[in-house]
Design a protein around this ligand. Structure first.
Ligand code: NAD
Length: 290
């Protein structure tokens, strides 16, 4: 999707079959491109999710702490798209790190979503100071065995937290969802994931739409491809193999963001985006947050 009036090509009618699937370590497939609903107010969530589904998205990323699971479920129910065609992730509330609390929390999510399973359930933050993520992980193993979560994973885990899970439990997380964008590319964690069969999900994939998208090097590259800076960053993720779900409530941007499957970045282009690394997070440090 080009900027209207800018002379860029405008790509219409995105075809959802163009989104590749990533095969998880438990055999499940997740669409590599999805829609994130963090900070979308409840009163805007149904419309935003419906817009995304209409635009071809088939993967929605929500969380108990986002407070909009009921609206995500409503949008899906009203969309006319079959439940089983949509990959839905939710994440455990930070206040529920314990076996029974985690089991009860997913039941509550399913009630709000109106589903009998989620595709992926994640521990949202490790909360190492509380020290219960290993116990909590065993609850997720039970939820997977019971079919309430088809796949289970973690979010914001460091190598240290992943190693601890590996030492104490029998299931390798299917994914680790982490802050990851060109300014904070997470090379060490990505290499660890690749070595251990953990899929990388990138949160804040376009750096929350901030200074990253204004960078002159990125803008020049985007102009050269007749694309927006956001599209180039999202294409960089896709070529790295990351799973992404940018957030927007603006219909044009919702359509623009997923329209990244008909152009390619060369090795030199990828290196330009790699060069935007500043080593700085936008979000909190997982060892301290929560
Ligand atoms: P993001 O990188 O997706 O940026 C979203 C912001 O970028 C929007 O609010 C808008 O201001 C801007 N934007 C969107 N499309 C644009 C475009 N085409 N051009 C210019 N600006 C544009 O950041 P995010 O919302 O933090 O992350 C995406 C998703 O990741 C969330 O919705 C959520 O699902 C997930 N997430 C997870 C965690 C976690 O702890 N697991 C934390 C944060 C986010």
């Amino acid at each position: 999707m080009g900027d209207a009036g800018s002379g860029r090509p405008v790509h219409m009618s995105f075809d959802p079959t163009h989104v590749p699937a990533v095969r998880l370590n438990d055999g499940a497939d997740v669409p590599q491109f999805g829609f994130g609903v963090f900070q979308i107010p409840t009163e805007q969530t149904v419309t935003a999710v419906r817009t995304a589904l209409d635009a071809g998205y088939r993967h929605i990323d929500t969380a108990q702490m986002y407070g909009n699971e009921a609206e995500v479920g409503q949008a899906i129910a009203e969309s006319g798209v079959a439940r089983e065609e949509i990959f839905v992730t939710t994440k455990l509330d930070n206040g529920c790190h314990a076996y029974d609390a985690a089991i009860g929390a997913l039941d509550e999510s399913l009630r709000k979503l109106g589903f009998d399973y989620v595709d992926l359930f994640l521990i949202h933050w490790p909360r190492p100071q509380e020290g219960r993520y290993v116990e909590t992980w065993t609850a997720l193993e039970k939820l997977k065995a019971d079919g309430k979560a088809r796949s289970i994973g973690v979010s914001n885990f460091t190598v240290e937290h992943l190693e601890r899970l590996a030492e104490r439990t029998g299931t390798v997380p299917a994914v680790n969802q982490i802050e990851l964008h060109p300014q904070f590319p997470q090379a060490v964690l990505r290499a660890y994931h690749a070595e251990h069969g953990i899929a990388t999900e990138a949160w804040s994939p376009i750096g929350q739409g901030g200074d990253l998208l204004q960078d002159g090097r990125l803008r020049a590259l985007a102009d050269g491809h007749g694309r927006s800076p956001a599209q180039v960053v999202l294409r960089w993720h896709i070529q790295l193999g990351n799973i992404v779900f940018p957030k927007s409530v603006t219909p044009e941007r919702i359509r623009e963001n997923i329209d990244v499957f008909d152009f390619e970045l060369s090795a030199d282009d990828m290196a330009v985006v790699d060069g935007l690394d500043t080593g700085t997070r936008k979000g909190p440090d997982p060892n301290r947050f929560g």
